[in-house]
Design a protein around this ligand. Sequence first.
Ligand SMILES: Nc1nc2c(ncn2[C@@H]2O[C@H](COP(=O)(O)OP(=O)(O)OP(=O)(O)O)[C@@H](O)[C@H]2O)c(=O)[nH]1
Ligand SMILES: [Mg+2]
Length: 225
Amino acid sequence: MVQNILLNLYRKTPIINEVRDLKIFNPEVKLLRILIHGPVGTGKSSFINSIDSIFQGRMAQGALAEASTYDGSFTTMFYPHKVKDGKGGFLPFVINDIMGLEDGSGGAHVDDLKMALEGHLKEGIPQVILLTKVDTACPEVCKDLRLIYRSKKIKEKMQECSNKLGVPMNCIFPVKNYDHEIDLDDNVDKLLLSALKNILNFANDHVAEHHDKNKKKEQEKTSSP
Ligand SMILES: Nc1nc2c(ncn2[C@@H]2O[C@H](COP(=O)(O)OP(=O)(O)OP(=O)(O)O)[C@@H](O)[C@H]2O)c(=O)[nH]1
Ligand SMILES: [Mg+2]
């Protein structure tokens, strides 16, 4: 099963166009909102920078990835990040970068996260896991990212995430962010775009569900005597 998930990443589909052409299923929703949270230094800002770079067709520095020597949390506030679509506009989503979650005095706390979600926690928002830094988890994958679907180490890491966090395997996306590269690389792009596309699909399904529920409520109201 894991093999299938990972193999699917390498289907030759122009995912970038699918994201560019994304239509939101709920006419009342203008933007899909993605919130990225997680421990300090795990690659949250780098993920956003990487996505930005892919759509700009060159390395971008929008969300300011942390310098590797810095030991605190670099992203000090919620950072809603729009991504240019490459045609003079913006893609129909924003990614909120939140500084690393920490137990001590620094970093963001769970309360900040709740505030960012503005009470939407109760409704059960869709969640996925980005398994970053796959290049550091497996030397083979570091040499050739295409070997990711064969890597036992990556499979183990995905399983570990799934067990620890109770998230199904098909909601865990292994990625390698751009961290030192000068030029874009197709194999890096494929993993990142596949993760993004899935995140957007889940968000889109969620807003569509809301739309259907609201429509049903309205119909019930008008049909009741
Ligand atoms: N090898 C490797 N390094 C990465 C990857 N993603 C990020 N990094 C590096 O990890 C360090 C931290 O990355 P950030 O993107 O700043 O992490 P963050 O989660 O935004 O950190 P805070 O904002 O401090 O919470 C940087 O030195 C990045 O270059 C990756 O996929 N592979
Ligand atoms: Mg950051």
